[in-house]
Design a protein around this ligand. Structure first.
Ligand SMILES: [Zn+2]
Length: 226
């Protein structure tokens, strides 16, 4: 089995769309020697069906991998586990700012700690709260990783019946009713064409069937005294 491709929850709807409507996901490795650990993802073809080329000059001429099976994708919702004050210094070339050796070591040790504690993969970002030569590093643990198909089930697309055209639209869609791509005959049609589970909401944003009302319904009613 292939190593699953991991995307962030915020990118999952787009990744699902690429799998369904854009011929899959292409992963482009970096050929830039000073940035080899990066890679980029693009859809296999654009909305007109034309093949997509390499995303930027740092990417290899050919994609390294082409993913077409949703089972090869997993979704992560990283959790912030620690914020760390760090010190920065100007690199010896004078061209960029980097961590002092002491801060780099502290960050490495804390990441190792969280890796052992959570058993998850761990990474860091910067808070970009720079004051002079100090900043805050944020350590994240990838503790919640689920298969894409499972994530999509847990995060259905919200759709609403339109009073204007009596068809269905995505709640997030605010365009023209006549746009066929965004107009669905019924929830079943929407789920089929979006390639994702859908859930119906009303104008107040209430999900139907309302889980609260449903749970009330199931409660046995107290018997009336004769
Ligand atoms: Zn409409």
């Amino acid at each position: 089995m292939n190593t699953p491709y991991r995307c962030l929850a915020t990118d999952a709807p787009q990744i699902a769309d690429w799998l369904k409507n854009r011929g899959g996901i292409l992963l482009w490795p970096s050929v830039n020697l000073s940035n080899l650990h990066t890679s980029w993802s693009t859809p296999a073809h654009d909305s007109d069906g034309k093949p997509v080329g390499k995303p930027n000059w740092q990417a290899a001429r050919e994609p390294g991998r082409h993913i077409t099976d949703p089972a090869d994708v997993e979704v992560s919702t990283p959790k912030e586990v620690e914020r760390l004050k760090i010190k920065l210094r100007v690199s010896s070339s004078g061209l960029y700012i980097k961590l002092t050796d002491a801060s780099a070591e502290k960050l490495r040790a804390r990441k190792e700690y969280w890796r052992e504690k959570t058993g998850a993969s761990v990474f860091h970002t910067f808070a970009h709260e720079r004051e002079g030569l100090s900043d805050t590093a944020i350590i994240w643990a990838d503790t919640a990783v689920v298969p894409l198909t499972e994530w999509l089930k847990a995060n259905p697309v919200k759709i609403i019946e339109c009073g204007g055209c009596s068809h269905w639209h995505r709640v997030d869609y605010h365009g023209d009713c006549r746009n066929d791509a965004e107009r669905f005959a019924d929830p079943e049609d929407a789920a089929k064409r979006l390639g994702r589970p859908v859930v119906e909401v009303d104008a107040a944003g209430t999900v139907h069937p309302d889980p609260f009302l449903e749970s009330q319904k199931e409660k046995p009613q107290p018997k009336k005294e004769p």
